[in-house]
Design a protein around this ligand. Structure first.
Ligand SMILES: [Zn+2]
Ligand SMILES: [Zn+2]
Length: 222
């Protein structure tokens, strides 16, 4: 019996030792966790410092997603087909409108409509042959008259070239308002390309605006 008791005591002592050992282990684990935490804290600090120093300077306005507004090409790089009409400078009109407006310097509106819609070529008989009735804009050497060549048959184009050549031999600009010579002291409307005396349209000769529209165009297109 005594032996048993001694054995039990020994066992208890052993258990106590084990518990002490476990306690030591827990303390050891605590130390390790504490140490890890310290290291982690140190790391975060270091990282934070490097992140701050590497932050890029943000632009004052963050650009919006997508293609910028007003871009004249589609996503796959094809030029946008944009219908432009109204009170805009002649050269800003969409191609067909511009061609139509050029054609009616030489032919009736009906003939011009058929031509630009691709339903027929303009022949010689449809063309105005009096140079005085042809728009003064053809006197402008910058005007690409060849742009409308595609709408004429061979004889038609030859007739047009002839009447333009005659008009250019003796160029005269006529004021659309008073029908007098407007070679001087005149202003050109950026929409209809007609010329007007400053005094006829009540415009000061010191006008700073580069683009000017006549009253007729303003009333028609604006
Ligand atoms: Zn005039
Ligand atoms: Zn005009």
């Amino acid at each position: 019996m005594d032996d048993n008791l001694i054995q039990m005591d020994d066992n208890l002592i052993q258990m106590d030792d084990n518990i002490i050992q476990m306690d030591d282990n827990i303390i050891q684990m605590d130390d390790t966790i504490l140490h890890m935490n310290e290291e982690e804290t140190d790391n975060i600090d270091i990282d934070n410092i490097s992140i701050v120093s590497q932050l890029p300077t943000l632009p004052p306005r963050v650009p919006k997603r997508g293609r910028p507004k007003g871009k004249d090409k589609t996503a796959i790089g094809i030029a946008k087909r944009k219908k432009v009409s109204g009170l805009v400078p002649f050269e800003k009109l969409d191609v067909l409108t511009r061609h139509f407006e050029m054609l009616i310097w030489f032919v009736d509106k009906d003939v011009a409509s058929i031509a630009v819609s691709g339903n027929g070529f303009i022949s010689e008989t449809a063309i105005e042959n009096n140079p005085n009735n042809i728009h003064c804009a053809v006197l402008d050497s910058n005007l690409a008259i060849d742009d409308i060549k595609r709408y004429f048959d061979n004889d038609g184009w030859a007739a047009l070239k002839q009447v333009v050549d005659i008009k250019r031999i003796n160029p005269t600009w006529i004021c659309k308002c008073c029908n007098e010579d407007s070679s001087n002291n005149s202003i050109c409307c950026n929409r209809c390309l007609e010329w007007f005396h400053f005094k006829c349209v009540n415009v000061k000769t010191t006008l700073k605006k580069k683009i000017w529209f006549c009253r007729i165009c303003k009333e028609t297109y604006d």
